[in-house]
Design a protein around this ligand. Structure first.
Ligand SMILES: [Zn+2]
Length: 544
């Protein structure tokens, strides 16, 4: 048996593991690669997936870094079934349609940009909404804890991972592997015990090879009750000052967790009753509807609320902002209000408009409830920038910034170790996936120390031969052919910035003299950096 790591290997996006067992070839997850230019370039390298040769896909959950490349797979010839839980199937529909919309818009934008530079070949979107429709027609719903056999000699069981609605741990029993059998367990993204809405993650007890997520392999989260208190503190702060509190939140899961927290505060009579709550993200609105529809998948406390006829995701003061006009109306609303809007890192979406209207206001509050990646507007604000550039305007940060770390749908280090402690078989091999390398090293050390399991951290495109005696052989990825960097994109970006500068030459000339000198020095420095690159290029050419 062989497993190939096509993503989430020493990184947290692009989850995809292709399993080759006997004559069968299938994938666990097929996520979008997100992050740096080099990482996102992998979304274009679809040949490595051999889409037409895959028999089926087992999908752990509907986060885009686990499912976002499925339509591309279909575009490149995949025709098999996509097995996932019923709620994941419903969430998949809204996530992939949204993703296709983004792909189409970005391709359009990039084509126009190229045309401005005299290059008229159109950029193709990674996939379109038509590819998404074909993808959705391949979905086959499965139930938790009911084993099925998608092909001969391969038996599969989905268990609740407690991460987001419909999320699964996947167990695979393969028979007739070198006259023996092998059991694989893929943790998917593991939830936290006692997370709002979700049931606690299920346990597996036996595996020959465990593929374990390690997003928070090096640390623990704060308590959720404490996070709720911090949220209340932020709301009260702006309420007393008659201002708005803006919460940038990811549409899937984080928004619902925040809504539920607000519901609990409301029930306790601690939330200001005359403060409207705007939910301003079409994707978050649709995801919330899917959550309410599948309430039977939640924990006992949440189900009890639904059974009593209440909906913890629908507060009495909730106002839905569906259209762009609804969204704009929030800005003209006078008085304190809570605004939940996407995206979670404030680098896209409607939340940018709310930040533009509020971030410079003393008394307003901005509440970050999720991870802020390097380079995003959210990260700059969290890091204490005195001003940030949003929608072309440099804005002073006068609002109070709150960062709440306890809302996470991932198990922290000690919770991962706790989950692992239930396995009782000796000699299990643990492959750490879905984590930054430094975090993985920290977790690997803990696992070896506490349980004595051998831990391996596979690299992107690595292949591992798995044996029935739990031995394995790792084959390092072959040297990558072709350019590692999308030079066309990088150079076009530079050209674009230079021509914008040229267009703003008058503005530069009208600045005060000292500022002009400062900018001149900065630009000259960039110029000499480019000269250095050119020089190394020339010396490289000479050596050929
Ligand atoms: Zn996830």
């Amino acid at each position: 048996m062989q497993v190939k790591f096509l993503g989430a290997a020493r990184g947290v996006t692009g989850s995809c593991f292709v399993v080759h067992s006997g004559d069968n070839r299938f994938a666990v997850d097929c996520g979008m690669h997100q992050g740096t230019q080099e990482v996102e370039q992998r979304n274009q390298d679809l040949n490595v997936y051999d889409a037409a040769g895959l028999e089926f896909v087992l999908l752990t959950h509907a986060h885009i870094d686990h499912c976002g490349l499925l339509p591309a797979l279909v575009k490149y010839g995949f025709k098999g079934r996509i097995y996932c839980t019923r709620p994941t199937g419903d969430l998949l529909e809204i996530m992939l349609k949204d993703s296709a919309h983004i792909q189409e818009m970005e391709a359009e934008w990039a084509s126009r940009k190229k045309a401005r530079h005299g290059r008229f070949n159109r950029i193709e979107p990674l996939y379109t909404s038509r590819d998404v429709s074909r993808t959705l027609s391949l979905v086959q719903a499965v139930e938790y804890n009911e084993e099925f056999t998608p092909c001969r000699d391969v038996h599969v069981l989905f268990k609740d991972a407690g991460h987001i609605l419909g999320s699964a741990i996947i167990e695979i029993r393969a028979e007739n592997v070198d006259d023996g059998r092998i059991k694989l367990v893929f943790s998917g993204d593991l939830g936290r015990p006692n997370q709002l809405l979700m049931r606690n993650p299920s346990h597996s007890e036996v595996a020959d090879f465990l593929f374990l997520e390690s997003t928070y392999g090096n640390r623990d989260h704060k308590d959720e009750d404490q996070s709720r208190e911090e949220l209340l503190l932020a709301i009260n702060y702006s309420y007393e000052k008659g201002e708005k509190v803006i919460i940038p939140a990811f549409a899937l899961e984080r928004t619902q967790e925040v809504l539920y927290s607000l519901y609990l505060l409301y029930q306790e009579g601690r939330l200001p009753q005359d403060m409207p709550l705007f939910l301003d993200s079409p994707l978050a609105i649709r995801a919330t509807q899917v959550f309410s529809k599948h309430y039977s998948y939640f924990d006992a406390q949440t189900r009890a609320i639904f059974h009593s006829g209440d909906d913890p995701l629908k507060l009495p003061n909730l106002r839905i902002s569906q259209t762009a006009q609804d969204s704009m109306n929030i800005n003209s609303y006078k008085g304190p209000a809570i605004v939940i809007s996407a995206s979670g890192m404030a680098n896209a979406g409607r939340v940018k408009h709310h930040l533009r209207h509020n971030i410079w206001r003393k008394g307003a509050g901005i509440v970050f409830v999720g991870f802020q990646a390097q380079g995003t507007i959210g990260r700059k604000i969290v890091d204490g920038a005195a001003s940030v550039r949003i929608l072309g305007e440099e804005l002073a940060v006068k609002a109070r910034i709150f960062t709440i770390n306890g809302f996470s749908a991932h198990a922290g280090q000690s919770q991962i170790l706790e989950w692992l402690s239930v396995f009782y078989n000796q000699g299990m091999k643990v492959f750490l996936v879905h984590g930054e390398y430094e975090n993985q090293l920290a977790l690997a050390e803990k696992i070896q120390e506490q349980f004595g399991y051998e831990v391996h951290i596979p690299d992107y495109l690595e292949e591992c031969i798995l044996k029935t005696d739990r031995g394995y052989e790792a084959r390092l990825p072959p040297e990558k052919k072709g350019p590692a960097v999308n030079w066309d994109y990088v150079l076009a970006e530079l050209e674009d910035k230079m021509s914008t500068l040229r267009l703003n030459e008058k503005d530069l000339s009208s600045m005060d003299t000292r500022e002009q000198s400062r900018i001149r020095d900065e630009l000259l420095e960039i110029g000499s950096d480019i000269s250095r690159v050119l020089a190394s290029l020339n010396s490289g050419n000479n050596s050929c």
